[in-house]
Design a protein around this ligand. Sequence first.
Ligand code: NAP
Length: 247
Amino acid sequence: MDLKGKNALVTGGSRGIGRAICLELAARGANVLVGYAGREEAALETVRLCREKGVEAEAIQGDVSKAPDVQAMVDKMLKTWSTLDILVCNAGITRDNLAMRMSEEDFDAVLDANLKGAFLCMKAACRPMMKQRFGRIICLSSIVGLRGNAGQANYAASKAGLIGMSKSFAKELAARGITVNLVAPGFIETDMTAVLPEKVREGLLSSIPMGKLGQPEDVARAAVFFAQPEAGYITGQVLCVDGGMAV
Ligand code: NAP
């Protein structure tokens, strides 16, 4: 229970990696505010599973790319538990296509949700964290942001941008007791990857040295590591959780 008494906001906590992060935080004693875009039932299931672990949990709907929605999340956090100790910028989407066929709309939608969304969340979380002189911010990038990927120019740009942006926040906030780190998952079994055609999945599998897909829990354990007291002197780092894919 090394996070007992800490309060965490996880965007995109209704499903997949976000849900696993909520449960890992709850297992370590943190109270959790579960952010979601539209799937209320899934978010409430995450809340139920967190509460089963003996912590307090609530859900809040909101679009991370809209500043008033993000402010409402931070306000709810502070109203409910008085502090915002841990922010996990996990919400994300894909709209894949070859770059020459990619619409401007699909490019903007992915950058808005994945990059601007994280910017708005980090910016809104900064103020209370600076007042507390404590904060742990963890962002979900991707190995695609490090290496690029055919069919994902928009997604790769958003995830690479997230790395540069988080490192900048890390430098700005380091003296205030706030760390900012990233996890870069490889190919993880969630709704996001379930839609990939079998041929693409086979190709991806053959590029993973461990020969298997990752599970949301593999990513959650790495993400929550950055929130733990032992990680207090680590900031601006990217931790790949990818079965060796990016090696
Ligand atoms: P997922 O299963 O598709 O879940 C996405 C989550 O984000 C859902 O909770 C969704 O809410 C929420 N969301 C989407 N757009 C949002 C918005 N505009 N505002 C607020 N919430 C929004 O995704 P996942 O596979 O768990 O991925 C989680 C994160 O890890 C993403 O940032 C993704 O890019 C990154 N990642 C995933 C993989 C992978 O292989 N799966 C690899 C590398 C990186 P609703 O449930 O309400 O729709």
